[in-house]
Design a protein around this ligand. Structure first.
Ligand SMILES: C[S@@+](CC[C@H](N)C(=O)[O-])C[C@H]1O[C@@H](n2cnc3c(N)ncnc32)[C@H](O)[C@@H]1O
Length: 367
């Protein structure tokens, strides 16, 4: 059976388009953003009142800022156009493989979908990253378009933001780094049961499962098409993962069911209201001594410059990152304390990655 990366390998025209989009994104995220920072420090800083919304209003009067915004917006449109062409090409092959697996049945893990699940708002009705149709759209009950779009776009995003890990398409990108940091922090950790919250199309889940091969691996996710894809890919890779559709803020698992609960880039896609509920739920689900370990974007307000706060706020308003600012302004240590974790068992660290950092935070539950 061919690997996802082989099916996905862009043909000549797709590669040319994707290279252009990647270069454009690198340009707007790199030199154009750097020029906006210069504009702020040379011209706007003296009128900075300390109120972010007022600083944004100052930027909005500048043609340079509006040009940057329209370039980012266009680069995102082009991203979906270019990725969409690849997805149109690969979709029939994935559907053929999905049908074949449905007929033969699962060998290693399982998939439990919940047609009655109410998608929590506001995420339920948003097109995150402006992905056409969003995470939850299904044109038919077996449609795999949304996960195929999602993870091919993630590859482009990573490259454009300098977070490339060189992982093959479909292979875990960040799980290996998370596992490395986790092992340094918790050398004794030998989980029997692991839960990946907001596991999406399951590529990182495979990394966690491979990292702890003796453990029973579970993945929880809101999107049924993502889960179908995750299940198919895990079965094809011969990795046992039990996937379930559900809301991380209110799961059906019993108290103390897991020794390790992980998430990768879940929290910057959850609203202020849901974030505390997910943290409380994680604490409930952890066995005594269990570990809660999360990785996410490192754009906390207190460590980024004012111009970066302005461009991030723009992403929230116009580019399908509705929860980015809320997460950046959340004190995750305080949120974990409020969820009941002991202060001296909480961690929140910045780990160098590529040209930036990754934010890793969590806690262990008291014995
Ligand atoms: C940025 S994606 C990350 C997916 C995956 N962890 C990865 O690294 O590829 C965030 C995922 O969290 C899911 N999600 C958001 N809120 C959730 C919730 N309350 N419960 C379960 N999943 C949620 C989204 O549907 C989405 O698939």
């Amino acid at each position: 059976m061919s690997h996802i990366a082989e099916i996905y390998r862009a043909d000549h025209d797709e590669a040319a388009r994707q290279a252009f989009v990647g270069a454009l994104k690198s340009h707007v995220n790199g030199p154009m953003e750097a020029d906006l920072a210069k504009l702020y420090y040379e011209k706007l800083v003296e009128r900075d009142t300390g109120e972010l919304d007022e600083v944004i209003a100052l930027f909005e009067q500048e043609a340079q800022y509006r040009l940057w915004g329209s370039a980012v917006y266009t680069s995102q449109d082009l991203l979906w156009e270019s990725v969409g062409q690849t997805v149109d090409r690969v979709r029939p092959e994935f559907h053929r493989r999905w049908q074949a697996m449905k007929e033969s049945g699962a060998t290693y893990g399982s998939l439990s979908l919940d047609p009655e699940l109410n998608l929590p708002e506001p995420i339920g009705s948003r097109e995150i990253h402006r992905q056409p149709g969003g995470y939850f759209h299904e044109a038919s009950p077996d449609d795999l378009t949304s996960p195929l779009l999602y993870f091919s776009s993630v590859e482009l995003y990573r490259a454009a933001k300098g977070l490339g890990t060189n992982a093959k398409t479909g292979e875990p990108g960040m799980a290996p780094l998370m596992l490395k940091v986790m092992r340094e922090k918790f050398p004794q950790l030998e989980p029997k049961r692991i839960l990946d919250l907001g596991c999406g199309p399951g590529t990182e889940t495979l990394g966690f499962a491979r990292g702890f091969q003796e453990a029973e691996m579970h993945g929880l996710e809101l999107s049924s098409p993502f889960l179908r894809f995750a299940h198919l890919w895990a079965e094809e890779q011969g990795v046992a993962v039990h996937y379930r559709q559900g809301n991380a803020a209110a799961t059906p698992y019993p108290d103390g069911h897991f020794d390790l609960i992980v998430s990768h880039i879940l929290f910057h896609e959850t609203s202020h209201e849901i974030l505390p509920q997910i943290m409380q739920e994680a604490r409930r689900l952890l066995a005594p001594g269990g570990v809660f370990f999360n990785a996410d974007v490192a754009y906390q307000t207190d460590r980024i410059t004012v111009p970066k706060q302005v461009t991030n706020a723009w992403q929230v308003a116009y580019n399908g990152e509705p929860f980015w600012r809320g997460f950046a302004e959340t004190d995750v240590r305080e949120a974990m304390r409020a969820a009941g974790f002991d202060n001296d068992r909480i961690f929140a660290d910045y780990v160098p990655l590529g040209s930036g950092d990754y934010f890793m935070f969590g806690a262990s539950k008291a014995e």
